[in-house]
Structures are given as structure tokens and as C-alpha cells.
Design a protein around this ligand. Structure first.
Ligand SMILES: Cc1cc2nc3c(=O)[nH]c(=O)nc-3n(C[C@H](O)[C@H](O)[C@H](O)COP(=O)(O)OP(=O)(O)OC[C@H]3O[C@@H](n4cnc5c(N)ncnc54)[C@H](O)[C@@H]3O)c2cc1C
Length: 278
């Protein structure tokens, strides 16, 4: 196995252009599990940790967006200015693995793996993130909805990689909640990100389908029924939960049953909607 240690995005582009089969290594918290436990044998590895540009984030005050480098670890999203700007991402980051995993793991790796249970992904979905992709043909921005195309499948072309993600700053409330088989160090069996402003709501569901699912009917129903300005009553919450459950497409697997996942995702969405008014 060879390991290349580029220090710039340009070098990464060149390395991947000459060797599209090379495997990217960011924090290694997914990749090394594949290597150590599942027998994956990457031939050539391109390690990203020395590319400082990937490990920074920036705020564009005129466009009101935040751009987060694909190599920024979760630990940097948990607190501080980035957490204030994108609180749902901070909440999600705080639920990832352990402090060691959060010190190493990145959004780029979450997007590279593209598991429906990835904690960063419902946030990117609910906020309609743009994924900044770089490759031999230059740069392009891909809507998150077009980026994640299946279970552990993304729409990156050969030699392309994720440079950063760009998120809008939202005037309003945003939050994230997940359940798993225990209270910490747990992969989600169901998760929800809810974003609410005065005339808009977005509800993204994780671990209950092959991709992150937007509960678009529930979103439209909330807005159309003018329940955005006052806290939801029992009937509204009940109907909202039902519509969210309807939107989910869970399966039975070793972590949970489909029935539990469907129930849980409805409860999580109801709790977030209630919290968004408190
Ligand atoms: C003990 C443990 C607990 C965990 N808990 C959670 C959890 O609670 N929630 C959760 O979501 N995840 C969890 N994970 C999974 C993992 O931490 C996350 O998916 C993390 O975001 C992976 O990031 P990484 O930088 O470590 O990726 P890596 O392992 O370095 O890479 C993962 C994949 O993405 C590719 N890749 C990396 N960077 C890029 C890039 N810039 N562009 C394109 N492809 C790229 C790699 O080639 C590889 O295929 C856990 C893992 C472990 C080992």
C-alpha cells in the first residue's frame, strides 16, 4: 500500500486524476474499520489531513452562508462560533461516537461513506446544503438531494472528491435528535433534523430509508395550515407525526425493526417541532 501526503487541493486533484482508483483517507474512522474488520485492502491511499484548506471553515456575510471544509473534524463543530451559526450541526456532531471519533471524523468522510445513519447528513438535507465537489474537470456544486443516491452511494464521479459543504444561515430554529440502541457511542436507528423559520419548515429523516428522506408532505402541510406562528396543539402534533411516519421507508436489520424505526422517527419529529417553540 502506498500513502500519498498532499498538502494542497491542487495536489489531491492531480493525484486522483492520475489514479482514480486511489482511496481517500480523512479521519479514518470509517475506512480503518473497513480495513481492520472487513478485510478491505486499499491499494493507493491519498491522506487528506495535511491539506489545511480542507480543515478550515468560513462565513460569507453577504451571501449569508457558511462553508465548511470537508476535513473539519466534528470536535470543531460542537461548540464555538460554528455551533452558534449552525446549531443543528453542533447537536449532530455532539452525538457522533466518542471524543476520539469526533476529534478525527469529518463531514467529508460522512459524505464519502454516505450511510443513511450518518449523523451529519440529515442536517445537510434539511438545510439544502450544496456539496462543493472538485475533480479533474474543475469544480461543481451538487445539491445534497442529488449527492446521496442510495445506501452508501453518492454521485461523485471518478477522481472527484468533496472539498467543502456550503450551508445557508437560517433565521429561525434548527435542531437534531436521534435514537439508537443505547444512549451514547451509538449509530442512529432513527434520526431527524428539523429547521423552522416563520414561513418555512424542513424535516429530514435519517436511518429510515436508503437515503436521507425529506418529509415534504408534512413540511407543506405545516406551512399550508398556518401552524407556523403558534405552538402546535395535540391534533397538529399527532397529524404531523403521522405524516412523518408515512414518509419513512425503514427496514428491519440488526439494529432495529422497521416498525420501531417508523414509530421513533415520528416521535422525534414531534419532539423537535415542540422544542422549536420553546
Ligand atoms: C467507534 C465509532 C463510532 C462511530 N459513531 C458514529 C456516529 O455516532 N455517527 C456517525 O455518523 N458516524 C459514526 N461513525 C462513523 C464515522 O465516524 C463517520 O462516518 C465519519 O464522518 C467518517 O469520517 P472520517 O473523516 O473518519 O472518514 P474516513 O474513514 O477517512 O473516510 C470514509 C469514506 O469517505 C471517503 N472520503 C473521505 N474524505 C472524503 C472527501 N473529502 N471526499 C470524498 N470522499 C471522502 C473515504 O475514501 C472513505 O471511503 C463511527 C465510527 C466509529 C469507528
Amino acid at each position: 500500500m502506498s500513502v500519498a501526503l498532499p498538502t494542497s487541493v491542487g495536489e489531491v486533484v492531480d493525484l486522483l486524476a492520475h489514479n482514480p482508483e486511489a482511496t481517500l483517507l480523512a479521519g479514518g474512522t470509517d475506512l480503518m474499520v473497513e480495513v481492520n474488520l472487513h478485510g478491505r485492502r486499499p491499494g493507493d491511499v491519498v491522506a487528506l489531513h495535511r491539506v489545511s484548506e480542507l480543515r478550515t471553515w468560513s462565513l460569507d456575510t453577504s451571501r449569508r452562508t457558511v462553508t465548511i471544509g470537508s476535513g473539519v473534524p466534528y470536535a470543531e463543530m460542537e461548540t464555538g462560533e460554528l455551533a452558534r451559526l449552525v446549531p443543528a450541526l453542533a447537536e449532530a456532531a455532539r452525538t457522533v461516537g466518542s471524543p476520539q471519533i469526533r476529534a478525527a471524523g469529518t463531514l467529508g468522510g460522512n459524505l464519502g461513506t454516505c450511510s443513511p445513519a450518518g449523523d451529519g447528513l440529515p442536517i445537510l438535507s434539511a438545510l439544502d446544503a450544496l456539496i462543493d465537489v472538485v475533480g479533474p474537470n474543475g469544480q461543481r456544486q451538487v445539491r445534497f438531494a442529488d449527492f446521496m443516491v442510495g445506501v452508501k452511494k453518492n454521485s461523485l464521479q471518478p477522481s472527484e472528491f468533496v472539498r467543502s459543504v456550503t450551508l445557508p444561515l437560517v433565521e429561525g430554529w434548527q435542531g437534531y435528535a436521534k435514537v439508537g440502541t443505547r444512549n451514547a457511542m451509538v449509530i442512529a436507528t432513527a434520526s431527524v433534523c428539523l429547521v423552522r423559520s416563520i414561513d418555512h419548515v424542513a424535516v429530514a429523516l435519517g436511518a429510515v430509508g436508503p437515503t436521507i428522506i425529506r418529509a415534504t408532505e408534512a413540511e407543506r402541510w405545516l406551512v399550508a395550515n398556518h401552524v407556523m406562528s403558534s405552538p402546535p396543539n395535540v391534533e397538529t402534533l399527532s397529524e404531523f407525526g403521522r405524516m412523518v411516519r408515512e414518509a419513512s421507508r425503514p427496514i428491519d436489520d440488526h439494529r432495529s425493526t422497521a416498525a420501531y424505526r417508523r414509530h421513533a422517527v415520528g416521535v422525534l419529529a414531534q419532539r423537535l417541532l415542540t422544542r422549536s417553540y420553546s
